[in-house]
Design a binder for this molecule. Structure first.
Ligand code: ADP
Ligand code: MG
Ligand code: ZN
Length: 612
């Protein structure tokens, strides 16, 4: 497309140039007066004419007063005859010097042809540009069947190794084993073990799948071919399949080797469930992958490595033994891994002395490796913008919030009243969190708006736990309700500021009832709709329960919400003095760190309350 635009611009430019030249050559500097033949005859008779130059049908008339005039005579009639017909006196005509010029050939032809030729030329030029573009396209068509296979240099300076990948100890171990299969197959085949054909890396976006694959390339010392499955999906049916064939052939030729297919979900999606019928091209491409993987014999030491963040939508045929039978799940990093990832990405960023990356890791649960990298980058940008040479702890902290919630909007002017409401709202969250036994401790409160949030309270678990108890959920619900309850109690009215809290609380409550079996009435049954409602699998998922159950679910969901609201209200009314203290401090300071917050509530000696 950009090529077309370029050609178009060139064409327009050429047009303008031609027009300029044209006007330059064909506009005479000074237009002589036009005379009719009658006037000429009259001027000759009154002896005003000095000379006449005849050039084809044009008459250039030089008058005695020194001015010039022009006239046209009839076609193919001699000048003297014409003039005589107009009644020019014979004597008078003899006084005029007549000069008959050979018509200037080139000028004649140019004047005659150019006006009709120019559009033609433009047209030809236009088609030439079109044709050129089409020819380029044709070349692309010729290349369609070829895979854009990239072979990674196994040596080189910028080689990625396992050292660049933090954490994932077990995963690395597993992959080292796979590479070992490639290098020393005899060891394994001698005792009858089959070499695995495919390894599927699964994990959230940004969890380091592509990075890990690159590291394997660096570590293995065998040729490594890289391609992204989204490249297969082209306009023309059959192209993907032939690219796959090409890629596998290339990999086989270089065996032992590794073929890495990134984002395999782009083609490996469950077949026969696409919207509006199957996607033929994708299905053919997938079939080709299956065929190629089956076609490997033992002699072909090629391992197919694939990565996806949607393992749930992959076609089951891809996952059966003999294909991607090894599956590696990459989790989001835990606290130690986060610290290690931060260390890796802090290597080329000068940190101020005393920056503790551990404290950053503590505050970033749920961040992926890519998020952490982005976080440090934001911190460095922030430091640079303030003309500092090193990155400070505050830079890093504030970019956590920036990555989470968007940039601070300090310039947003809020009224005193709005500020007060926001302060009480956030204080409500914080107080409930600090008062309940099972709630996470408060790390930071702020009433500076960020992104779409008016203010925020950051609570983080002491230790990262994969299992959560019902009491923890209840405490979380009550904390979410804390803002709403505080507004209600202090101002006796409600604002729209709590809408997001209510939405999240409702979602959590619904999960507790339908997913975790935490409702006493409904018991240990899951009523959750498929979590991965995605076009690849199901368009309209049916509800597998009756209307009565649906009503019960709604009832239980609102039950949890009401109970937690009552709890939040109870906490706030009984500890209103503490709430005032927190809110006032917030109005004053706008942001409270964990230590400051703890100092504010210390005098009130808040005893932890049970949730139920
Ligand atoms: P994806 O899983 O989506 O393929 P990538 O492998 O592209 O994610 O990871 C994105 C970036 O995040 C990497 O370039 C890397 O800088 C960073 N990253 C992710 N995980 C790690 C890790 N374990 N160690 C170091 N950096 C990581
Ligand atoms: Mg990737
Ligand atoms: Zn809130």
């Amino acid at each position: 497309m950009s090529n077309f635009v370029k050609n178009f611009v060139v064409a327009v430019f050429a047009l303008v140039l031609v027009a300029l030249l044209f006007s330059f050559f064909f506009t005479p500097v000074e237009e002589p007066t036009q005379l009719t033949l009658g006037e000429v005859a009259q001027k000759i008779n009154s002896q005003q004419v000095e000379k006449i130059v005849v050039n084809g049908n044009n008459l250039e008339i030089g008058l005695k007063d020194g001015t010039q005039a022009e006239a046209k005579k009839e076609f193919e009639v001699g000048i003297t005859e014409t003039l005589r017909n107009y009644g020019v006196d014979q004597m008078a005509l003899q006084q005029v010097s007549l000069e008959i010029q050979e018509e200037s050939g080139s000028r004649f032809w140019l004047g005659l042809i150019l006006p009709s030729l120019l559009p033609l030329l433009l047209l030809i030029g236009f088609f030439w540009f079109l044709f050129r573009g089409a020819k380029g396209g044709q070349n692309q068509v010729m290349n369609f069947g070829k895979s854009n296979l990239k072979m990674s240099a196994t040596g080189g300076k910028e080689k990625t190794t396992f050292k660049d990948v933090a954490g994932m100890a077990e995963i690395k171990q597993e992959l080292v084993e796979v590479v070992d299969f490639l290098k020393n197959p005899k060891k394994f085949t001698d005792i009858g073990a089959k070499i695995p054909r495919g390894v599927l890396l699964m994990g959230a976006p940004g969890s380091g799948k592509t990075l890990l694959a690159r590291a394997i390339a660096g570590e293995s010392g065998v040729p490594f071919f890289y391609m992204s499955a989204s490249e297969f999906v082209e306009m023309f049916v059959g192209v993907g399949a032939s690219r796959i064939r090409d890629a596998f052939n290339t990999a086989k030729k270089h065996s032992p080797s590794i073929l890495f297919i990134d984002e395999i979900d782009a083609v490996g999606r469950q077949r026969g469930a696409g919207v509006g019928g199957g996607h033929d091209e994708r299905e053919q491409t997938l079939n080709q992958i299956l065929v190629e993987m089956d076609g490997f014999d033992r002699e072909n030491r090629v391992i197919v490595l694939a990565a996806t963040n949607r393992p749930d939508i992959l076609d089951s045929a891809l996952l059966r033994p003999g294909r991607f039978d090894r599956r590696v799940f990459i989790d989001l990093p835990d606290i130690d891994e986060r610290e290690a990832i931060l260390e890796i990405h802090a290597r080329n960023k000068p940190l101020e002395k005393g920056v503790e990356l551990r404290r950053v890791a503590v505050r970033t649960p749920g961040f992926s490796g890519a998020d952490l990298e982005n976080l440090l980058n934001e911190a460095a940008i922030f430091a640079a913008r303030h003309n500092r040479k090193t990155v400070s702890q505050t830079d890093v902290f504030q970019s956590i919030e920036k990555v989470l919630l968007g940039p601070e909007r300090k310039t947003r002017i809020i009224s005193e009243k709005e500020k007060k409401i926001t302060a009480y709202h956030e204080a409500g969250h914080a107080l409930v969190a600090a008062s309940l036994k099972d709630a996470d401790p408060v790390h930071k409160i702020s009433i500076i708006s960020r992104g779409r949030a008016g203010g925020y309270t950051m609570k983080l678990p002491i230790e990262e736990n994969r299992l959560k108890t019902k009491n923890q959920f209840l405490a979380e619900l009550a904390t979410m309700m804390g803002g709403y309850a505080a507004e209600q109690i202090i101002f006796n009215e409600l604002t729209t500021g709590a809408s997001n809290d209510i939405k999240e609380a409702t979602n959590l409550s619904r999960s507790m009832v339908t997913k975790y079996g935490m409702s006493e009435k409904l018991g240990p049954v899951t009523y959750a709709d498929g979590e991965n409602v995605f076009l690849g699998r199901e368009m309209n998922h049916d509800r597998h329960y009756s209307e009565t159950i649906a009503a019960d679910i709604d009832h239980e969901v609102s039950n949890f919400l009401h109970k937690s609201y009552q709890l939040a209200k109870k906490v706030i009314t009984s500890r209103k003095k503490a709430l005032d203290a927190i809110a006032n401090k917030l109005i004053e300071e706008e942001t409270l760190e964990q230590e400051e917050f703890n100092a504010v509530i210390k005098p009130f000696d808040l005893k932890p309350l049970p949730v139920s």
